[in-house]
Design a protein around this ligand. Structure first.
Ligand code: HAM
Length: 406
């Protein structure tokens, strides 16, 4: 037997219903916030992720599904959605067109991580990217939108925020930080590498012994320039005004290198160690970094599988029709009726001849509101027996009189 690869899951039944529920809920809310659906390929040039997600990140350092295609080009299954969206934004010259562009997307991402609960090698994200708006109000609206999505899905969360500074304050801080880091002995090999590539990522180290050595290190939050400080204070004031609880986490640096200014994460206490259910922030330099005109940008992505572990499916109202026969000759009539019904409502057809009880069971399982069956009497009379499973009423009507718009 051939099984799915480790860390990759099939989706069906309740799981697929949850998936659709999450995506439809999130997409509905994103549209209300002015975001439009966008899609980019799952396979991109490896260089795109190296340049954007960054060499210092675990994603680029250890987790990419990277290979040569048949033409010898190095390609990579996307580990995240932002880089592709920015590539598409620049390639389609939207940076030069100016204005605001707000996109939402959902789909498969790939990271070669050690699989565990809530951590897969193939997983799905729903994300939003906003291009062209520098105001911290946009950061706030995105956080508010994520809150609306989680509220609509009935998910409790904690919000952590931080500021990662800008080209004004970040480089000077990094120099100071590196000086301090050189005074510390016995860092883990990952932190040694981070000192060379992106020193602020040491604060993301999962090694307890490194973290102990970092307690007295300076943090960027206390070394922001005037503009970053003002923006961060404004963001906190907006969250306060909207009664959104948050914690300022000075260690929150995110696992990707492209962020500047606002960084945030939504955490759940109810799903174990892999507790981040959404993350994002501002990445004002990335468009330029990938060859475009400087364009401010901010976005987020939420992990659909992690949210599937938390979400309850809403009680479905019964809807649509179930058709069954007790005589095979009636299948023709049923096919015609089902086609008519499907113009306006969902519809299930059972082709096998069965008794009424079995058909009622089938209709119940299908979640149908109406169970319609043709038996031998109905066949002779040109009628059909219909039961409304919600109102618990039944009647026999002429086949031509069936009305599917109710
Ligand atoms: P990220 O924090 O790497 O950000 O991923 C976002 C979310 O994807 C996480 O909070 C988590 O819920 C989910 N996730 C990540 N890795 C896995 C995994 N191996 N298995 C299951 N779920 C996972 C980004 O990807 C950025 N592109 C977000 C962003 C958009 N920033 C700005 N715009």
């Amino acid at each position: 037997m051939i099984n799915a690869l480790r860390g990759m899951k099939d989706l069906h039944d309740v799981e697929s219903a949850k998936y659709s529920h999450i995506v439809e809920t999130a997409a509905g809310i994103a549209k209300r916030y002015g975001f439009e659906f966008a899609e980019t390929p799952q396979l991109e040039e490896t260089a795109l992720f190296r340049r954007s997600v960054g060499e210092s990140s675990d994603i680029v350092g250890k987790e990419m599904y990277e290979f040569e295609d048949k033409g010898g080009k190095s390609v990579c299954l996307r580990p995240e959605g932002t880089a592709g969206m920015v590539r598409s934004f620049v390639q389609n010259k939207l940076d030069r067109a100016g204005g605001k562009h707000r996109w939402f997307y959902h789909g498969t991402m790939f990271r070669y991580e050690r699989p565990q609960k809530g951590r897969l090698r193939q997983f799905h994200q729903f994300g939003c990217e906003s291009f062209g708006e520098a105001s911290v109000y946009e950061d706030f609206h995105i956080i508010l939108m994520i809150k609306d999505i989680f509220d609509a899905l009935g998910i409790r969360f904690k919000l952590a925020i931080n500021s990662l500074g800008c080209p004004q304050c970040m480089p000077g801080f990094k120099e100071t930080l590196v000086k301090h880091l050189h005074d510390i002995d016995d860092l883990c090999p990952d932190c040694d590498r981070r000192i060379q590539t992106n020193p602020i990522r040491v604060f993301d180290c999962k090694n307890g012994s490194c973290q102990e050595k970092f307690t007295s290190l300076p943090r960027l939050l206390e070394n922001l320039c005037g503009e970053c400080d003002e923006d961060f204070n404004e963001l906190k004031a907006l969250l306060d005004r909207f009664d959104i609880d948050y914690e300022v986490d000075r260690n929150l640096v995110r696992g990707l290198d492209y962020y500047s200014k606002t960084a945030f994460e939504f955490i759940s206490d109810e799903i174990g160690a892999q507790s981040a259910i959404a993350g994002g922030g501002r990445y004002d330099r990335l468009v330029e970094f990938l060859g475009g005109k400087p364009t401010p940008a901010v976005g987020f992505a939420l992990g659909i599988e992690r949210i599937m572990d938390l979400v309850q499916l809403p009680e479905q109202n019964r809807q649509g029709w179930y058709f069954g026969v007790m005589e095979e000759q009636a299948l023709h009539s049923i096919a015609r009726l089902a086609h008519k019904a499907r113009q306006s409502t969902p519809c299930t057809v059972e082709y096998k001849r069965k008794g009424l009880k079995a058909h009622l069971k089938g209709a119940d399982k299908a979640g149908a509101r109406y169970c319609a069956v043709i038996g031998s009497d109905e066949l002779q009379e040109g009628t059909i027996w219909v039961k409304d499973l919600q109102q618990k009423q039944e009647q026999t009507v002429a086949v031509d009189m069936l009305n599917f718009t109710r």
